[in-house]
Design a protein around this ligand. Structure first.
Ligand SMILES: Nc1ncnc2c1ncn2[C@@H]1O[C@H](COP(=O)(O)OP(=O)(O)O)[C@@H](O)[C@H]1O
Ligand SMILES: Nc1ccn([C@H]2C[C@H](O)[C@@H](COP(=O)(O)OP(=O)(O)O)O2)c(=O)n1
Length: 418
């Protein structure tokens, strides 16, 4: 049995399970089964012939697990028999960091179980999956028989009851966000890219672009102003006008030198994609330090975007699921240059959609998600506001471009003594 799977099993009955049903969390635990005891019904009505499976990815190599997780979803969605319901699933040890593992919850009828188990066994030869099958025991109770598939075909079988569990104080995704979704040091982000080399050759090209160390030699002499906001709030328009009005240098994150690889890494799972953007900030920080010796610097997106989108993506459901204000998840990396001032452009959803359409550029997948999923957009906007570090001032971006520019210049001049 895979070592990592064995260590997971050692605390199995202390784990809490989370199944997202219509983005609503359903929490449950597994309890040793005592003869004669009746189990409560956790998943609503289940017929005797129904079967469910939890399929958790438990590889000890987090790069492989990150790459395998979306592949597993695609394989299951493609190969599962019709009528099988697939939803995201997670498992964690309450308050234990990095204990969160991801997977999927399958629900089907008994006649599909042979097909499903064959499929899961084949998949389990590639990655240690923790597969548990779940049947409605007699009398409408619900029992969980756990079997583990691993390359060695070694199986353990144990019998549990499924019982409801209380919702934890904060969404369990926060347990694994640090240095998996959000990177708090140059070394942590670079380490991911060093380990990616074997599966993504382009990672080596990004590594070559990196500075030897993240430390910027000296604090810039001139103010550094970052403009943040969702797509189509007017960042590009405003930053270019600020450059002209202030005679400032204009920089972007991710920096131009990474543009050949951005589209590729945008397709990678969060662990790799967010490391890409984190490294982009460190390259931009070096450029800011150089330019900031000679002139004021305007930056189009920086750390706030990296952290806000990563946190909002790793969480699901309503804004209340975000890690609480003041959580270390919102802290600024100690090795990343801090700007003098951050302006967050805000715009109502309808006006933003109109501007997006007018701009004509096709929407990125994420933009489509921002459009389609109001909860995601609200989480991004709230996460922006919770980031600690330099002062972040909100600016209403709905007036004309010139009015927004005048309002922004007033704020910059009064806060940055320009
Ligand atoms: N204040 C504004 N009022 C109306 N339209 C604007 C304003 N600022 C920008 N736009 C237009 O909205 C679209 C998106 O602006 P852009 O600067 O590209 O946003 P972002 O860089 O945030 O994606 C562009 O077509 C731009 O011309
Ligand atoms: N410094 C940055 C800049 C962008 N990102 C991420 C955040 C989102 O996932 C996308 C937003 O990029 P998008 O292309 O939609 O927006 P822009 O056109 O770059 O303004 O990039 C980041 O993580 N860190």
């Amino acid at each position: 049995m895979a070592k990592h799977a064995k260590s997971l099993l050692s605390r199995w009955s202390s784990r809490v399970f989370l199944v997202e049903v219509d983005e609503k969390p359903l929490y449950f635990r597994l309890q040793e089964r005592h003869r004669g005891e009746r189990a409560p019904r956790v998943f609503g009505r289940l017929r005797e012939e129904d079967r469910c499976y939890s399929v958790l990815v438990c590889s000890g190599d987090r790069i492989k697990a990150a790459k395998f997780y979306p592949e597993l979803r695609d394989k299951l969605a493609r190969d599962l028999p019709p009528g099988c319901d697939l939803t995201r699933m997670g498992s964690f040890l309450p308050r234990v960091r990095d204990s969160f593992i991801r997977g999927y919850f399958l629900k089907s009828s008994a006649e599909s179980s042979a097909h499903i188990e064959r499929l899961l066994r084949d998949l389990g030869r590639r990655e240690p999956l923790l597969v548990c099958s779940y049947a409605a025991a007699g009398g409408g109770g619900q029992r969980w028989t756990q079997r583990l598939w691993s390359p060695s075909e070694d199986e353990t079988v144990s019998d549990y009851f499924v019982v409801p569990s209380d919702e934890p104080e904060s969404h369990p995704s926060a347990l694994s966000m640090i240095n998996n979704d959000v990177f708090y040091s140059f070394e942590e982000a670079r380490d991911v890219f060093r380990k990616c080399g074997g599966i993504i050759p382009e990672a080596a090209s990004v590594l070559e672009m990196l500075p030897g160390s993240p430390e910027v030699c000296r604090k810039p002499n001139f103010p550094v102003i970052v403009i943040e906001g969702l797509d189509a709030t007017g960042k590009t328009t405003l930053t270019e006008s600020l450059r002209d009005s202030l005679g400032a240098a204009l920089l972007r994150s991710p920096p131009e030198c990474l543009s050949p690889w951005r589209a590729l890494f945008d397709q990678e799972p969060p662990l790799i994609r967010r490391a890409f953007y984190a490294l982009g900030n460190y390259i931009t920080a070096q450029q800011i330090a150089q330019e900031g010796m000679k002139t004021p610097v305007i930056v189009d997106r920086f750390w706030h975007s990296t952290a806000a989108y990563a946190i909002a993506t790793a969480t699901s459901g309503p804004v209340s699921n975000l890690p609480q204000r003041g959580s270390e998840v919102y802290s600024w990396p100690s090795d990343l240059l801090q700007p003098s001032f951050v302006l967050l452009l805000t715009l109502d959803a309808e006006e933003r959609k109109r501007r997006l359409k007018d701009r004509g550029l096709e929407k990125t997948d994420e933009e489509q998600q921002l459009d389609r999923n109001q909860l995601f957009r609200l989480r991004v906007e709230e996460a922006y506001r919770r980031i600690s570090g330099p002062p972040c001032v909100t600016v209403d971006a709905s007036p004309s471009a010139d009015k927004v520019l005048q309002q922004t210049l007033l704020l910059i001049r009064s806060n940055c003594h320009l």
